[in-house]
Design a protein around this ligand. Sequence first.
Ligand code: ADP
Ligand code: MG
Length: 244
Amino acid sequence: MKLAKINKWFGEKHVLKDVSLEFPAGQTTVLVGPSGSGKSTILRSLNLLEQPDRGTYDFDELHLNFAKSVSRKQKLLLRQKTGMVFQDYNLFPHLTVLQNVTEGPIRVLKKSKETANQEALEILSKVGLRDFADAYPAQLSGGQAQRVAIARALAMKPEYVLLDEPTSALDPELELEVLRVLLRLAQENQSLIIVTHNMVFARRVADKIVFVEDGTIKYDGDPAAFFVPDNPDERIRHFIAAMT
Ligand code: ADP
Ligand code: MG
């Protein structure tokens, strides 16, 4: 999966400036950087929640050129290949945990209710919530709700799971239970792309670190070389010092 020379404007504001990035399959890419630098816009572009104005996006057999039009079919295919998990969970309040997880597989993937239920229960076990299948979102802690949101994304069998600050709404102890689930998925070589401000977690989970600043990529590579106290880039050095 690869973006090349992506540019995006919101009105007059140039928010992504020639962003080129590869996201290796089976690995975890972590995007970090100051607020407003463009991290969410990159993630949302991968899922086509935002459409860049220029640049290309290659994913398996799909080749999108944003200077031309993107077809509805291309959009749907890309949405299936990428599952997004949001900061505020976005669960359906009137559905049970199980129904939240099976809704997409039944409606979009046309799975039978039996198959969808069985797969959902397996995924819920994986995120430690098998016993909460019949609970409603209002009965869950934030950490549990976010794990349901992750289960819901996984149930759609996306190639990549995209997570935009998945724990920033959570207290530290609830954050931990979500981070454990993500570490486990990373160990299983689920392709992940995570935006986070948690540098300890970033360092632990990342196969690749991307530092975004003012709509440009200032670092793209090995986490070990990024998290060094004497990083040669002064901005990165200050950012890491301020965040840890
Ligand atoms: P980050 O996730 O790194 O905090 P964002 O990608 O959310 O940054 O935002 C990048 C820039 O684009 C910011 O200046 C933000 O205010 C602006 N922006 C984001 N979304 C919109 C939008 N829908 N309309 C106008 N400006 C936006
Ligand atoms: Mg953001």
